[in-house]
Design a protein around this ligand. Sequence first.
Ligand code: UDP
Length: 252
Amino acid sequence: MARRRMVYEGKAKILYEGPEPDTMVQYFKDDATAFNAEKKDVIEGKGALNNRLSEHFMSGLNTIGVPTHFIKRLNMREQLIRTCEMIPLEVVVRNVAAGTMSTRLGIEEGTPLPRPIIEFYLKDDALSDPIVSEEHIIAFSWASQQDVDDMIALALRVNDFMSGMMLGVGIRLVDFKIEIGRVFDGDFQRLIVADEISPDSCRLWDVETGEKLDKDVFRRDLGSLADAYTEVAKRLGILPKGGNGTGPKLVH
Ligand code: UDP
C-alpha cells in the first residue's frame, strides 16, 4: 500500500489523509513536550496509552450526544477521525486552582473553585499561547459570539462527563484543555470536540492521596509518566488491573 500523505505534524500527534473523504488518521507519538517544547523527551508507550484513553473519552462523549471527531480506533497508535476546520483556540475548564491560574492569580494549588471556570487561549506557539478574552475572540474573528456560547456549552458538558467518569475511579478532574472544530452539513455549521482528551491535556489527582496522574509528572519530574497514565487506564478498565508484567502488554 502506498504511504499515506501526511497532512500535519504536531508535537504529540501526526495527521494523515484518511481512507474516505472528510476523514483523517490521527497517529499518537511517544514524544512528550512541555513549556512550549522547551522540555522534551520520548516516553515509550505514551502514544498507545493516549490513543486508548482518548478513544475511551471521545466515544463516551459521542454516546451521550456530545459530538466529537472520533470515528474509530484503527490500531495501537492510530484512530480514524472526522476532518473539521479547527478553531484556533484552546478551551480550558478548571474545577480546582492549579498551574497557570495559581501562578497568575496567586491562588494556592488545590483550592476548589466556586464554579467551573472557562478560559480561552490563542493557539500560537510563537506567542506561547496567550490567554484571550471573549472580546478578543469576537473582535479578531477567531470565532463568532454564537461559537463562543456553543464552545462554553460544549466544554461544560465535557467537564460534567469527564468529572463523573473520573470520580467513579477515585480521580479528581482538576482541569483540562479541549480543542474544538467546525463541521458543515450544507449551510449548517456544528461544533465538535476534536484533537485529543488524555492525561496530556488534563490534570488528574488521586482523590485520596492527591498523587498526580497526568503530564505534570513529566513537567515537574515527579516520576514515571508511563506508569501514571497506565494507572489511569487500569482504573478505567482499559488495561487489565493485574500485577506487574504478568498480563498482556502494550505492543507498538
Ligand atoms: N493544557 C494543555 N495544553 C496547553 C496548555 C494547557 O493541554 O498548551 C492543559 C493542561 O494540561 C492543564 C490545563 O490545560 O490540564 C490548564 O493548563 P495551565 O493553564 O495551568 O497551563 P500549564 O501549567 O499546563 O502550562
